[in-house]
Design a protein around this ligand. Structure first.
Ligand SMILES: [Zn+2]
Ligand SMILES: [Zn+2]
Length: 196
């Protein structure tokens, strides 16, 4: 039935090749790094073989004209879905969604001028001054492993990067990063911290 319909309507096969789309959507709704199931996805895609055969083999059993453009489109869509799934497994399920659009997103890392509030205050985790420079150099190394971390750009000489919670408590970047790997509440007032 689908075959008859598909041959009357060009590019129905392309839409039909979106078999991995539900998994992509699910990964995005869960967030975090999704697991890649290469064999499961290969089985899901296996039914595309007959489409490749029909569109690409000039002497197929249905005696239909091969449609190479459509074949290329089907293969491109399949490849694209595989690439997205792979990126979701390495970059996180929402890597294509801008952070600002994610519900509950909070931008933790901010750049503040050296010598202004809150950079004069203490980090409540290590009890050292926020503007002490060691926080920055060690923080950059620490952050490379972190998922969905904000992009660190080198701040100007007179400014420092600190982390601020939604409850407006300030910390060294590496102090709060390490803390958030094991806890999900603010070290000062224990209010819940949104994921970063
Ligand atoms: Zn600290
Ligand atoms: Zn707090």
């Amino acid at each position: 039935m689908l075959l008859l319909f598909a041959f009357d309507h060009r590019f129905t096969f392309v839409v039909n090749s979106l078999w991995l789309l539900p998994q992509i959507v699910q990964n995005a709704s869960i967030g975090g790094r999704s697991k890649l199931y290469p064999w499961f996805n290969a089985v899901i895609c296996f039914n595309q073989i007959y489409i490749v055969y029909l569109l690409g083999c000039s002497e197929n059993i249905y005696q239909v004209e091969p449609r190479y453009t459509e074949l290329m489109a089907v293969l491109a869509v399949l490849l694209f879905q595989w690439v997205v799934l792979y990126l979701q497994s390495t970059q996180g399920g929402r890597f294509f969604v801008p952070n600002q659009l994610i519900p509950g997103y909070h931008k933790y890392i901010v750049t503040v001028k050296r010598g202004t509030t809150p950079s004069m205050e203490l980090c409540s985790i290590c009890l050292e001054r926020l503007q002490d420079h060691h926080s920055l150099s060690s923080a950059v190394g620490n952050l490379t492993d972190l998922e969905n971390s904000d992009i660190i750009t080198a701040p100007a000489e007179d400014s420092i990067q600190v982390m601020v919670t939604p409850c407006k408590h300030y910390f060294h970047v590496h102090c709060l990063s390490s803390w958030m790997e094991i806890k999900d509440y603010c070290p000062v007032d224990r209010s819940k911290l949104p994921p970063r």
